[in-house]
Design a protein around this ligand. Structure first.
Ligand SMILES: *Cc1c(COP(=O)(O)O)cnc(C)c1O
Length: 352
């Protein structure tokens, strides 16, 4: 089937192991975040074999597939109150910020005769999920009497919505809150979860506050870069995943359309730069499978002109490769590109 994502087993393993080792050197455990590859069980399993201590995903459908894998499963997105029963049945731990939802989880846990573990999410400025610091104490006090719920940690998520970068100050605040919760509970917390791939730069600099003992890492493992500044992580690969798509047309044509310019297939009025006559290629992949802006051609002399639903247009003029119809062209991808490629059922996922 065409097109396909090539998954390099060795590189995925190396990337995972490198980040697990880097974190372990500072007594931090890594949970692999698997949502970007839609909970592909084989990939998750490979990451477990490379040393991650748990699997975390935003969707229950994905976590369900991991039932027989011998690690903790965390639900990352705040639970839907309507799914409280399934959350308790499928996830060992869920991330929470709403008392109403925690009450529903408690009832579901008592019904199922088990204890559900939760992490309290604290908003330290990124303005996505989490309670504000002054809401922590009343929250913990309200949860304490619930027999179906165990608070196992506190966590923060940064650089996701607001773009806020983790540093000694906001993660220091998380440490303080952790201490406060431990005092209220009268016992230590198992997890002080200091964020996602954007916290790794602090790890590299040795500046992560010492009480942080866990990170939830997606992008850095799959794409080999931290996400605070987008820098590559030494010892990892940025091409563990590659898109391969086939050339279905290859012709010399102009670079500016001829005729009155109306709207493109997505209702935008396009503008064009006149590059004269160029060698244009079309590969059989499009917006339905990927956002063209999220791809980086492996051939540095090739550029992406744009895409419609099923066609992606390339400028092949300056490439030294002898492309022709049937050639398979490879692209690296960014996070958004990868998310869309894995979500598209028209794209094959192939191990290499
Ligand atoms: C997606 C997500 C992560 C992982 O983020 P990366 O930048 O891919 O490492 C961690 N925590 C939560 C709550 C998430 O939603």
């Amino acid at each position: 089937m065409n097109p396909c994502v090539l998954i390099n087993k060795e590189k995925v393993f190396q990337n995972t192991k490198r980040i697990v080792d880097m974190a372990a050197a500072q007594n931090i455990s890594v949970f692999a975040v698997t949502k970007v590859f839609c909970g592909n069980k084989n990939i998750a399993e490979l990451m477990v074999s490379a040393g991650v201590k748990g699997l975390a995903d935003s969707r229950l459908e994905n976590l369900r597939r991991y039932a027989d894998l011998p690690v903790e499963k965390w639900l990352l997105r705040l639970p839907m109150i309507s799914q409280a029963r399934e959350v308790v049945a499928v996830a060992d731990v869920s991330l929470n910020s709403e008392l109403e939802t925690i009450k529903a989880l408690n009832e579901a846990a008592l019904e199922q005769d088990r204890k559900h573990q939760i992490l309290l999410m604290i908003d330290l400025g990124d303005l996505r999920e989490g309670m504000l610091p002054d809401q922590v104490e009343p929250m913990v006090k309200a949860i304490l009497p619930m027999e179906g719920i165990e608070i196992v940690g506190v966590g923060v998520n940064l650089t996701c919505y607001g773009g806020v970068i983790p540093n000694g100050e906001n993660l220091g605040k998380l440490e303080e809150i952790a201490k406060q919760v431990e005092t209220l509970l009268g016992r230590p917390l198992k997890y002080i979860s200091g964020g996602n791939s954007s916290s790794l730069y602090l790890l590299e600099k040795g500046e992560i506050p010492s009480k942080i003992n866990q990170l939830r890492v997606g992008e850095a493992i799959v794409l080999g870069r931290e996400t605070a500044y987008g820098e590559p992580i030494e010892g990892t690969y940025d091409d563990a995943f590659l898109l391969e798509a086939e050339l279905v047309e290859c012709k010399r044509k102009g670079s500016v359309p001829i005729g009155e310019i109306g709207m493109d297939a997505f209702g935008n009025k396009p503008v064009f730069e006149d590059l004269g006559e160029i060698l244009r290629g079309i590969v059989a992949v499009g917006h339905q499978d990927v956002n063209a802006g999220g791809l980086i051609p492996v051939d540095p002399n090739l550029s992406i002109l744009g895409a419609s639903s099923d066609h992606m247009l390339l400028n092949l003029t300056t490439s030294t490769e002898a492309y022709r119809v049937g050639s398979r062209i490879r692209f690296k991808m960014d996070y958004g590109g990868m998310l869309k490629l894995f979500t598209s059922e028209y794209v094959e996922k192939k191990w290499v």
